[in-house]
Design a protein around this ligand. Structure first.
Ligand code: EPZ
Length: 424
């Protein structure tokens, strides 16, 4: 399972259904720690490595987590452990999302500092600064965060950067705080709204206002809740780009079009052809074939700007456009590692500071390439689907963290892909 073989050049055809959003499921699962002797039922939870890791982490803290069909049930005991294990936190950075709920529920937490990864150092200073402002005593020693507080106090907190994780941790920390917490310059990603909906269904008063300001009024206790995870806008965007890059005709179902506005706007600018079908039960985006994309310029931004998690995939699509495109990465420090791998396939990409200059080439050629992170890995798969000949993408464990059944889904669209193990 460590590499995927792709025989490229086949136009994709057919339907693919979007999974539940990984980046919504993870914070929502962590929020179950706010419950005490109660249950959370979540539907549309994707079968992903990162979700398994979060389930393992919650079990290690005392939560009974069971899968039931497309969902999970999280049964939270009266008391949970407030010490997260190094192994699990180092395995997945999103483990730091237990910080807020554990501090709110238990008044203390020991959390190993999450590591950096190939896209940047990824500190949690904004999380810790906000919790300190709410009255927590925080120490960092031996690579761990030691946090404790009698009871957090509601505060007005201004985030220096609209950090998704910091917004989520502070929203959860505010649930039992004395008074109201107002988070300004908060992240506005749809996954935050999903978390707000879950907190509301627990009995918490959360106002998102949609203006980058989140208000949370502290309560005495919270109760059972049952909610659904929103569709994964990044997976949806990835398959839309797969259809475009192979000049295919595919339908991506269970999409919330507003969540991928920036992507659709840039694709329209690049001359892609697609339609958005809205229906009561399920929205879909239908991709129609085009010969070549026109070159464009884009800059990744916090939501509702162009999402950084679709930057590698969009760059891959622009490698065969009819001109020179510019892609600027403004969210992470180093998210162009994959460009050299695309270069092995014939792409012409020059990285100048935080901008990729992409000169369109006629076509890509299959090659052996290595995934360096989740989105870079899937960008290489997209390139392999479009390229002539055979591509092998190694280190597929990165991709399996965020793309449910990606081989099955691609084969259902007519792609010739298969996992391989060992040396070939
Ligand atoms: C979330 O990460 C997502 N992960 C990321 O998706 C996504 O790329 C990112 O938001 C931006 O949209 C999950 O939701 C599990 P941030 P997060 O805090 O919360 C800096 C994927 O592929 N920063 O908004 O870690 C940070 O270094 C992953 O699914 C600080 O400096 O993102 C980065 O440069 C990758 N200090 C920027 O802000 C802090 O305390 C954005 O980080 C926090 C963040």
């Amino acid at each position: 399972m460590d590499k995927m073989r792709i025989s490229g050049g086949i136009p994709l055809k057919g339907k693919v259904r979007t999974q539940g959003a990984k980046n919504a499921a993870l914070p929502v699962m962590a929020s179950c720690l706010l419950l005490k002797g109660r249950k959370m039922t979540l539907d549309n939870v994707p079968h992903l490595q990162d979700v398994e890791t979060m389930m393992e982490l919650l079990r290690s803290l005392g939560v009974a987590v069971t899968r039931s069909g497309s969902g999970i049930v999280l049964d939270v005991p009266e008391t949970v452990s407030w010490e997260a294990s190094d192994a699990l936190v180092r395995k997945m950075r999103a483990s730091s999302l237990v910080l807020g709920p554990l501090l709110a529920r238990c008044g203390q937490v020991v959390l190993p500092l999450p590591g950096g990864c190939s896209i940047g150092s990824r500190p949690i200073d904004l999380h810790l600064k906000g919790l300190t402002q709410m009255g927590a005593k925080i120490e960092i020693r031996n690579g761990r965060v030691y946090a404790q507080v009698e009871r957090l106090r509601g505060r007005r907190i201004y985030l220096d950067f609209p950090s998704v994780g910091a917004t989520e941790n502070l929203m959860m920390a505010a649930v039992f705080a004395a008074g109201e917490t107002i988070i300004e310059n908060a992240a506005r990603e749809p996954e935050i709204e999903n978390l707000a909906a879950v907190l509301k269904s627990m009995g918490v008063q959360v106002d998102m206002e949609g203006t980058g300001c989140v208000r949370v009024k502290g309560v005495e206790d919270v109760h059972n809740c049952a909610e659904r995870v929103i569709p994964d806008r990044i997976e949806a965007g990835t398959y839309i780009l797969a259809g475009i890059m192979t000049s295919g005709e595919i339908t991506v179902e269970d999409v919330i079009p507003e969540h991928i506005d920036a992507l659709l706007a840039k694709l329209e600018e690049a001359g892609a052809s697609f339609s958005v079908n809205r229906s009561a039960s399920r929205n879909a985006v239908v991709v129609h074939p085009v010969k070549k994309l026109k070159p464009i310029s884009l800059k990744t931004m916090p939501y509702p700007g162009f999402p950084t998690d679709l930057q590698p995939q969009m760059t891959a699509a622009l490698t065969t456009s009819s001109g020179v495109s510019l892609v600027e990465e403004s969210v992470f420090q180093a998210r162009f590692l994959y460009a050299a791998e695309l270069g092995r396939m014939g792409a012409n990409i020059d990285i100048k500071g935080d901008t990729a200059v992409i000169k369109g080439v006629d076509s890509l050629d299959g090659a052996s390439v290595k995934a360096t992170d989740l989105r870079a890995g899937v960008a290489l798969i997209l390139a392999g689907l479009a390229a002539k000949g055979e591509t092998r993408v190694e280190n597929m464990e990165h991709v399996l963290r965020g793309y449910e059944s990606i081989d099955t889904k691609l084969r259902a669209l007519g792609a010739d892909v298969a996992f391989e193990t060992g040396e070939r």
